[in-house]
Design a protein around this ligand. Structure first.
Ligand SMILES: C[S@@+](CC[C@H](N)C(=O)[O-])C[C@H]1O[C@@H](n2cnc3c(N)ncnc32)[C@H](O)[C@@H]1O
Length: 240
């Protein structure tokens, strides 16, 4: 039976409590910190917020403060990661270079920048510009050049396509950036093995935890916001 351990606190503090060199896969989706960027562009932020942004932490920072927070996150990740472990970090495409630079500083070996394509995005302003339908995911291994890659001889593209998160996966409450379960399952399956340990330090509504539990991995999840934490706890507990 998969073991689950959840923390309702800042991930940098929580990660101090996790055993060193014990995590096989970090699969996470930190705040992209696009709040200020959007504000400066005079975007209708209230509407954007309702649709896209999490309400807690690290989302409205000055760039330098966010960069420092991400630096602390990679430092904490390096401590808990096993040599040869893997990491996937979701991120806005415009921030990819910063993430690679910070991760490499802490011993992560950069492998791939891939794309998640949403097949049915909100058709916002579709007659004015390109509809936003992509996010990046960045793949690293820790202190080795390869890690677990359960491809079974199949070829995997650096491109994953799913529909946006359906209402059936939202019955525990609304999280503005909830990822689809099939997307997280794809990475858990490919980059870790049963009974290994998967960590999501920014778990939001708990999607990584649902995927890990389903695939018989142990899971450690951290979420700062109490409402999202409670949502994730219930969702992971009841996941089958
Ligand atoms: C992009 S969302 C993750 C969504 C998640 N992948 C899902 O499917 O629901 C990022 C989450 O990180 C949380 N967060 C922000 N700063 C944090 C911190 N310092 N420690 C832990 N969680 C944090 C936010 O409250 C938010 O729920």
């Amino acid at each position: 039976m998969a073991e689950v351990k959840l923390y309702n606190q800042d991930c940098i503090n929580a990660m101090k409590e996790i055993e060193e060199s014990s995590v096989d896969l970090i699969l996470t989706d930190p705040p992209y910190n696009l709040g200020n960027f959007m504000k400066n562009r005079d975007t209708n932020l209230k509407k954007m917020r309702e649709n896209f942004f999490g309400s807690a932490g690290w989302d409205d920072m000055e760039f330098g403060d966010w960069e420092k927070a991400m630096d602390d996150f990679f430092k904490a990740s390096a401590k808990v990661m096993k040599k040869g472990g893997s990491m996937i970090v979701f991120m806005a495409i415009i921030k990819v270079e910063t993430i690679i630079r910070l991760a490499e500083k802490h011993g992560f070996y950069y492998k791939t920048t891939g794309i998640w394509h949403k097949t049915n995005p909100m058709p916002r302003n579709m007659n004015l510009h390109f509809v936003n339908s992509t996010e990046a995911w960045i793949y690293f291994t820790y202190k080795t050049r390869t890690g677990t890659f359960n491809n079974d001889g199949a070829m995997f593209h650096d491109f994953v396509e799913t529909s946006v998160t359906g209402n059936g996966e939202r019955k525990y409450g609304k999280h503005p950036t909830q990822k689809p379960e099939s997307l997280m399952q794809h990475f858990v399956d490919l980059l870790s093995n049963p009974e290994e340990c998967v960590l999501d330090p920014f778990m939001g509504s708990g999607t990584t935890g649902v995927a890990a539990k389903r695939l018989d991995r142990n899971f450690i999840g951290v979420e700062l916001d109490e409402t999202y934490f409670n949502m994730a706890s219930k969702r992971i507990k009841e996941a089958k």
